[in-house]
Design a binder for this molecule. Sequence first.
Ligand code: SF4
Ligand code: SF4
Length: 340
Amino acid sequence: MPAIKFDPELCASCETVDCLMKCQYIEFAGISDAKAEKLKINAGENSRVLNECLTCYACQEYCPFGNNPFYLLVELQEKKGILPAPKPIVEEQLRMMSPKGRITRQKVRSPVVNMCAFPMLTGCVRGKLFEGASVISGNDIFCNIMWLHFAKNSVIRDRVPKMIDNIMSFYLKDSKIDEMVCFHDECYGTYTSVAEAFGISVPFKPIHLFDYINRRLNEIPDLIKPINEKIAYQRPCSNRLSPETDKILDDIFIKIGAERVPRKHDRENALCCGGVPRAQQRDELADELVEKNISDMLSTGAKYCVFNCPFCMATLGQEVAEHGLMPILVSDLVLIALGE
Ligand code: SF4
Ligand code: SF4
């Protein structure tokens, strides 16, 4: 089992300790305090960070050296049995999200769009935007990145290679296709960042949804009717694993005439939607995060609240709607601009 890719020397000489100093959920007295905690983690020792971490993934983005601080932290949480959620919840999730063995061989054609464990969203793949697409989904190709929230790197190591094998053997290989669009950027984060850090090989090319949409809009510019609306974007935790794609989203919004309003809690300062602490039964924190997100969005005068993650939308969508903003997925917003 390969260890998480990580260079302790980089941390030893790191002057900013951005991974912890920028954390929005844990307070440090200063850089030396944060560094002391980080060095404890690197040495496999107890650190209060292991208990206080919200598992928001953000330190993966904050580290300027790509030194995988969050994956390493989860590794130690699991080793020490520090579970961010009550054990029965973790066990229930493990059963619920396990591979079901119900996958069947299917001929597919490009673009192949992976909906992960959200088959109920298959209807989003429609219109000129996804013309000719094949859709694949289900627990047998679930990306399994969620275990980072539950101190279960071992499940990622066990299940992700099986999911990759299923994607290849049941869909891509026989159809001679070597790339796959990830509708959910959790999948993209799994097949790029997680796979690289965990030493898992990926035989296909993962395409981020934003990259696919942006390229498709370049092919059909005459169909775009700018929507000329202000939108508040709810950036998901998994986007911390592919921050370069956030810039592609800006391009998409410009193309469809959507103004991404400057929110306090967007981009690097994005806040968790509240779904993860809710799943971990930390309801007070979940309520606080929902309230902070909603009041931040309301202060911008946006008409839409745009989500990239279906789980964030399930968590915040109703609250957002009750406060007068229209919740919508990125792909559906683009479909509106295409008149569909
Ligand atoms: S993980 Fe990155 S930011 Fe954190 S101490 Fe190490 S090198 Fe610095
Ligand atoms: S995952 Fe989030 S809460 Fe945990 S240490 Fe990193 S930035 Fe802080």
